[in-house]
Design a protein around this ligand. Structure first.
Ligand code: ADP
Length: 602
């Protein structure tokens, strides 16, 4: 059997069996190595990818160099009934003028009487017709168990479902219904930081839209899993072509060809994404090692109003056609870029290289890195019979620790206690302290450390718990303390494509663009402030509302004053030059609002 050569400098990914093959392909292409539980230590990986949810323990045991591809507690938008309930709650709080982007929905059997009342009311109002309804099982996906009905006598269900108003006037392309799959990355919930990818998918039904055949899934449902089994999948359909997907870019060309002013459409979608995420953001625990890729399904009606159909927890990453290859590979690569890994993760390596910690450091070194291990983890496999076992007898001669009062110490999940580490050189130079402004500070080790890439080391610790006295006395024991959660919300990110001005780079703001991912929230200084510390949902909602209203009514004088309010904060100091997500050539949001010549950033 051929032995696998293990490159200890490579970044390591760990895939759950449910994880998509594309993740493996993309990461291997980027030079990562796949985690092998037989050969590697338990925590010796940088990214763990699961299609399904993580266990609570995965979140609490995460190590400083590790990332997980899901945030905890996002079911509030990814399960159909929870989404309906949460959007209803937000509608009651912030008004139906703003939270009006999801078709009215009833959770059955619980809301059956309310549904019946609404159904009857519509029937009386519309001379015997109640309109069309769609019934969906709350916890199924890919179109399974869905049906459309007009008459309540056709409503049958044997598990919890939602019954939703069927958008019966969708925008059609050559008679075919479609919806949009928008890729949204929530890099962090605290502070709320949302990116939307410029690419996405347009998913077509493969038979012409026809309200007189409600039971034809190929005419009414746009799920690929359904349509690829349809008789017309391979047929070259008028304008749509073969198959059932377009890239978002192709859709933009379609909009141009129809002379449609797309800006309001994009901003409405953008608003839907932010307002939906705001429904759960305050209740998602602080978890800076997590990142999430959501798939938002948006249907556009004949009046160009976008509707939110659902939010997908693990959007499909299978490659069925050319559009999938173009879009999904880019989305994944950009997502990895957003996670901001260095070429070499020195922190993880230090965790698994005792020789370095045992003093094989050049005399010119002034700082010895911390070795971090989870409190509860068992000793690594093979430690006793493997002389080179990575954790054995590690000594940390120059490590000192102390608890630091940080403004963040009161936040977050109390079960996630951790300690601050302060690295102190022989000459007592403090390398990092506390945290600041809702972000964790970065520890930059001085360039005099001789290990390759050490200048790239970024260590961030959260202080949540006082060290036990014995740990204070014995630095070896300190290795066992639970250290967790460095921010992946980094301040110095080198953009792969878009280089923004140095002053913004240093401002600590999230990058405005990473590959095809465009920062959509925060989008000005007010929302930046509202997103930090304790997320101020009210202010965030107000700003989103202002922006949308302004874009929808650019000519009104009243609106003009409001719009100036939205802009001036960003424009006077030019300190938050957010891009406008959506159009092919990305204008600056401020230029768009001022109706100036649109500046583009390619
Ligand atoms: P699933 O998770 O099973 O994909 P969705 O809510 O995404 O469930 O619905 C599947 C498809 O049904 C959508 O892609 C869309 O084509 C259609 N659909 C769902 N809800 C509506 C609606 N309210 N109005 C019109 N079409 C809808």
């Amino acid at each position: 059997m051929a032995l696998r050569t293990f490159d200890s400098t490579a970044l390591v990914f760990r895939l759950h069996e449910s994880a998509p093959q594309l993740v493996r392909e993309v990461l291997l292409e980027r030079g990562w190595m796949e985690y092998n539980g037989q050969e590697q230590e338990e925590g010796d990986w940088n990214l763990y990818w699961r299609a399904s949810a993580f266990h609570n323990a995965d979140f609490t045991n995460v190590l400083p160099w590790q990332r997980l591809n899901h945030h905890p507690k996002t079911l509030g938008i990814t399960r159909k009934d929870h989404l309906a309930r949460n959007l209803k709650r937000m509608r009651c709080t912030f008004g139906s003028a703003l939270y009006n982007f999801s078709p009215t929905a009833y959770i059955l059997p619980n809301n059956y009487t309310t549904f019946l009342a609404e159904y009857t009311k519509s029937r009386l109002r519309d001379t015997g017709k109640s309109g069309y309804w769609i019934c969906k099982p709350v916890d199924l996906s890919r179109g399974r168990g869905i049906f459309i009905f007009e008459d309540i006598k056709d409503l049958m269900y044997d598990s919890p479902v939602i019954v939703q108003r069927y958008i019966s006037n969708p925008l059609l392309i050559s008679g075919y219904k479609f919806d949009l799959r928008i890729y949204v990355c929530v890099k962090s919930f605290h502070p709320l930081t949302i990116y939307i990818h410029q690419e996405g998918l347009v998913r077509f039904a493969t038979e012409r839209y026809n309200l007189s055949s409600l039971d034809n899934p190929f005419s009414h449902l746009t799920n690929t899993s359904i349509n690829k089994l349809g008789p017309c999948y391979r047929t070259a359909k008028e304008r749509v072509g073969q198959g059932c997907k377009w890239t978002m870019n192709k859709f933009r060309c379609f909009l141009h060809s129809q002379d449609i002013d797309e800006r309001l459409l994009w901003q409405r979608i953008n608003t839907i994404v932010t307002l939906t995420l705001l429904t759960i953001a305050p209740s998602v625990p602080f978890s800076p090692n997590c990142v999430e890729l959501f798939g938002f399904d948006i249907l556009i009606d004949a009046n160009l109003k976008p509707w939110l159909l659902e939010v997908n927890y693990s959007p499909a990453l299978t490659l069925d056609c050319a559009a999938d290859v173009t879009v999904k590979k880019d989305v994944l690569n950009d997502l990895i870029d957003l996670m901001n890994y260095k070429k070499v993760d020195v922190l993880r390596q230090k965790g698994y290289q005792p020789t370095y910690c045992q003093g094989h450091v050049s005399p010119s070194s002034t700082i010895t890195p911390v070795l971090l291990r989870p409190k509860s983890k068992s000793l690594p496999r093979q430690q006793s019979n493997n002389p080179s076992s990575l954790h054995s007898n590690v000594s940390l001669p120059f490590l000192q620790q102390k608890q630091i009062n940080s403004p963040d110490s009161s936040r977050g999940d109390s079960s996630c206690s951790s300690v601050n580490f302060v690295l102190i050189s022989k000459s007592n130079a403090v390398a990092a302290l506390g945290s600041e402004g809702g972000h964790f500070p970065l520890l930059k080790l001085p360039g005099s450390v001789t290990q390759p890439d050490c200048t790239d080391i970024e260590v961030v610790m959260e202080n949540k718990r006082v060290l036990p006295p014995e740990a204070k006395q014995n630095s070896r024991h300190s290795c066992r303390c639970l250290c967790k959660l460095p921010a992946i919300y980094v301040q110095k990110y080198r953009l792969p494509i878009f280089s923004w001005r140095a002053k913004f780079q240093e401002s600590g703001n999230p990058p405005f663009r990473v590959g095809g991912f465009i920062l959509t929230f925060p989008f000005n200084e007010v929302t930046l402030k509202a997103s930090k510390d304790n997320l101020n949902v009210k202010i965030a909602v107000q700003e989103v509302h202002k922006l949308l209203t302004w874009l929808a009514s650019p000519c009104s004088h009243k609106m003009k004053r409001q719009g100036e309010g939205v802009l001036d904060r960003g424009r006077k100091s030019d300190s938050f030059p957010a891009l406008f997500w959506g159009p092919k050539n990305l204008p600056l949001l401020s230029d768009l609002l001022h109706h100036k010549v649109i500046k583009t950033h390619k």
